[in-house]
Design a binder for this molecule. Structure first.
Ligand code: ZN
Length: 176
């Protein structure tokens, strides 16, 4: 009987399972895989990695610029028409300060708290991305505040939004 994907190490069916118990097979599945990011995401990621450049695509029908870039506009379902540079500056459109520790799924480790986390509307874009803020004090963050992307040094960039370390206030906070 085919029990699905069990390339290695499956087995260990109890020889005398209770008649009313569910059949359980215990095994550790190790899958290594890679997948194609696609034409649009590949171009977006390469521009981040090689040039610290953030790009979106503009829809001809509604004139909105979508970031990250998409081949089809989610608002009017038309194909996007051209690539445009956005940011690295922008404004905060929503934010929170995270004060409860949890495992960062991107790194597998706890991120030190507190930290600011925001929706960011990059200059030239009509959609938000979300990202970390350098600032973590509630009273130093506000909706509409100008911020700019801080990129990792080129050798450390790998072509993801994590190539942006965080967003920093364009005007340094004052401690009044
Ligand atoms: Zn559109």
């Amino acid at each position: 009987m085919d029990r699905g994907c069990h390339p290695q190490g499956y087995g260990a069916v109890s020889p005398t399972p209770p008649i009313d118990s569910a059949l359980r097979l215990e095994y550790v599945a190790n899958f290594e895989y890679s997948y194609a990011a696609g034409r649009f995401a590949s171009r977006f990621m390469n521009a981040l990695r090689t040039e610290a450049r953030i790009q979106g695509t503009r829809c001809d029908a509604c004139d909105k610029v979508l970031v990250p870039p998409r081949p089809v506009c989610g608002l009017c379902l038309e194909r996007t028409a051209e690539w445009v540079d956005v940011g690295p500056g922008g404004v905060i459109t929503g934010y929170t300060v995270v004060e409860v520790p949890f495992i960062d799924p991107m790194t597998g480790i706890k991120r030190p708290i507190p930290y600011g986390f925001a929706f960011v509307r990059l200059d030239g874009a009509d959609t938000n991305i979300y990202h970390f803020l350098e600032e973590s004090r509630h009273d130093k963050i506000s909706i509409g505040m100008r911020i700019t992307a801080v990129f990792k040094p080129a050798p450390e960039r790998d072509g993801t939004l994590a190539d942006i370390i965080h967003f920093r206030a364009e005007e340094p906070a004052t401690d009044e």
